[in-house]
Design a protein around this ligand. Structure first.
Ligand code: NAD
Ligand code: TYD
Length: 353
């Protein structure tokens, strides 16, 4: 039996990772630790919440005593660390909360793992989930490899870069068994509707303006979230201790071209005439420090661990648009704030720590 602590499991990517592990590995105990910030939503895990190999704990990765007691009580063998503040625009407005959660929270987890595993590090693993944004911004050519020097620009990417450095420092200084993966932009079901794809799908449905930052020429490399979860599964089980793996689908899109695909797809699903919603495009002031281009070289992951994405982008976008249209209530509960009551009804009196 393996006891795996997944942090941030009530968020977008974390909920897909939790679901995958709970379903695929009935012999693992999955402990999901999440602070339920604005980005955490237990409805994301409604289908697996009663499973016997799953425990939810509401808690903050910055809380040293709570983290220590979780390691002890659940005899944690491995950590998959996803909890973070994750939105660049919020980091521009409030860099401190990013430094606190992403840097100090990660450090707190590392320290607890180091202490708890100090007598026996055999088969232990601290797996840190990070972003390609730590590498900075590319011009029109080239790809980020695992050797690309760190050059973060936003407070978000600076905080993630710092957390990556702390993970490597613990690996080098204390021999903590650690792996890092750096992934490109994710999309899919359960993404908080502040990020480009879910925000724009929702706005197209509701005939609201689509705020395109700057010229819309910026490039992002998109990966379907379930493919990221499958990469995390592969890296967790087959990755080499001490290594870093870049995760991506070789799928670059200029924002404006992607937005046009979204408009076309949503309009078709809603049986509107092609091009109906194009007038919603609204160019606005650019994001401060807006990185021009991200693009990941994921060939190490493919060549060494045999992982490749399963979905073509067109199929992923179809599935994603369909999911948001069929789950309007999920979005509405977020826009009204109602989603945050779910914890009180479901878990408040049975928090297991
Ligand atoms: P998210 O914002 O959807 O979810 C983050 C989760 O962490 C939420 O459930 C939130 O409640 C929880 N959390 C925040 N602060 C916490 C704290 N102090 N203690 C405990 N829990 C806390 O984020 P996401 O998009 O799912 O990203 C997950 C991870 O993957 C992050 O580390 C992010 O940097 C990384 N990542 C994201 C992307 C992407 O495109 N979204 C790409 C690459 C890497
Ligand atoms: P986002 O989803 O915030 O991810 P990230 O900033 O981490 O890449 O944004 C994706 C791209 O879309 C990015 O270039 C910024 C741009 N964008 C807009 O043009 N308008 C918006 O309202 C948002 C949220 C993003």
């Amino acid at each position: 039996m393996k006891n795996i602590l997944i942090t941030g499991g009530a968020g977008f990517i974390g909920s897909h990772v939790v679901r995958l592990f709970v379903n695929k590995y009935p012999n693992y105990n999955i402990i999901n630790l999440d602070a339920l910030t604005y980005a955490g939503n237990l409805k994301n895990l409604k289908d697996i919440e009663e499973r016997s190999n799953y425990t939810f704990i509401k808690g903050d990765i910055c809380d040293t005593e709570q983290i220590r007691s979780i390691f002890l009580k659940y005899d944690i063998d491995a950590v998959i660390h996803l909890a973070a503040e994750s939105h660049v625009d919020r980091s521009i407005k409030d860099p401190f909360s990013f430094a606190k959660t992403n840097v100090l929270g990660t450090l707190n987890l590392l320290q607890a793992a180091k202490e708890y595993w100090s007598n026996n590090i055999k088969d232990k693993l601290f797996y840190h989930i990070s972003t390609d944004e730590v590498y900075g911004s590319l011009t029109d050519t080239g790809l980020f490899t695992e050797q690309t020097a760190y050059d973060p620009h936003s407070p978000y990417s600076a905080s993630k870069a710092s957390s990556d450095h702390f993970v490597r420092a613990f690996k080098d200084t204390y021999k903590l068994p650690a792996i890092i993966s750096n992934c490109s932009n994710n999309y899919g079901a359960y993404q908080f509707p502040e990020k480009l794809i879910p925000l724009f799908i929702n706005n197209i449905c509701n005939n609201k303006p689509l705020p395109v930052y700057g010229t819309g020429e910026n490039v992002r490399d998109w990966l379907y979230v379930e493919d990221h979860a499958s990469a995390i599964d592969v890296i967790f089980h087959k990755g080499e201790i001490g290594e870093t793996y870049n995760v991506g689908g070789f799928n670059e899109w200029k924002n404006i071209d992607l937005i046009k695909v979204l408009i076309k797809t949503v309009d078709r699903f809603l049986e509107r005439k092609e091009g109906t919603s194009e007038h919603l495009i609204s160019y606005i002031e650019d994001r401060a420090g807006h990185d021009y281009r991200y693009a990941i070289d994921a060939s190490k992951l493919k060549n060494e661990l045999g992982w490749s994405p399963s979905l073509q982008f067109e199929e992923g976008i179809e599935k994603t648009v369909q999911w948001y249209l069929e789950n309007k209530e999920w979005v509405e509960e977020i826009t009204t704030g109602k989603y945050q009551d779910y914890y009180k009804d479901m878990y408040a009196n049975k928090n297991p720590i």
